[in-house]
Design a protein around this ligand. Structure first.
Ligand code: 13P
Length: 253
């Protein structure tokens, strides 16, 4: 089955509002959204909460995602942002379960599940990140870890709801390290994730699902990943920050 390709930049804690707007203006000038459409590639960025509204206004067709979200609509959750707050500024995509949230803030698979359920119930798209640590990789536990993250994170979702979830395989040992997983490893795990989706949600849903690879993806390496049958796109940190490099990522898909 032919699926769309997806290039998503996760800016993490980078770019002031001014820098984020300048990126968007460059994207417009370079005509990247048009180029992406012509190649059947979806492109987007996930800025900091503070820049979200500005980027939304300057997006010119880019998908705009938040880097996280709270499952509750409101309440005493200092520093969090809710779905209605995102809706108000026309943002309807959110990353969930990034390894930096799991590592530094103790986010669990069940937390992710609550967030994903809240997102899809509100017709948002979720980008659910999964991935093993270096220790787990070395111990040969990758598939066990991924199976658990997929099972718990997507618990109680319907076949229809899974259509609004993109999965990103991001091995923790490859994030920001320059030590990217080989295209063969990415394909092996993305294929495995698709088989898990088939087990839980059926063949049709699993064939439609977009599965991305993330971890030190660069303009030079993106093509190798995207050539793989089960890798539908890339979630890119560092190399997505500069408009020039973002353009090269798109060109090389
Ligand atoms: P890098 O591309 O900087 O390794 O980051 C990957 C990532 O964590 C995207 O979410």
């Amino acid at each position: 089955m032919s699926r769309k390709k997806f290039l998503m930049g996760n800016w993490k804690m980078n770019h002031t509002i001014e820098e984020a707007e300048a990126f968007c203006d460059d994207v417009k000038e370079m005509g990247l959204v048009k180029k992406a459409r012509a190649k059947s590639v979806m492109i987007g960025v996930a800025p900091s909460y503070l820049s979200l509204q500005a980027v939304r206004k300057h997006a010119h067709g880019l998908i705009v995602a938040s880097q996280d979200v709270h499952y509750a609509n409101h309440g005493a959750y200092t520093s969090s942002v809710s779905i209605p707050m995102l809706e108000e500024i026309n943002v309807d995509w959110s990353i969930v379960g990034h390894s930096e949230k799991r590592q530094y803030e103790g986010e669990t698979d069940l937390d992710c599940n609550q967030k994903i359920k809240a997102l899809v119930a509100n017709r948002f798209h979720a980008i659910y990140c999964v991935g093993e640590s270096a220790k787990e990789y070395d111990a040969g536990l990758t598939k066990d870890v991924i199976a658990m993250q997929v099972m718990v994170g997507l618990l109680d979702l319907s076949k229809e709801e899974i259509g609004n979830v993109v999965i990103a395989y991001e091995p923790v040992w490859a994030i920001g390290t320059g030590k990217n997983a080989s295209a063969e490893i990415a394909e092996d795990i993305c294929k495995f994730i698709r088989s898990l989706l088939e087990k839980h949600f059926g063949k049709v849903a699993s064939q439609k699902a977009l599965i991305l690879y993330g971890g030190s993806v660069k303009p030079e390496s993106i093509h190798g990943y995207l050539q793989q049958e089960d890798v539908d796109g890339a979630l890119v940190g560092g190399a997505s920050l500069k408009s020039q490099s973002f353009q090269e990522l798109l060109n090389n898909i």
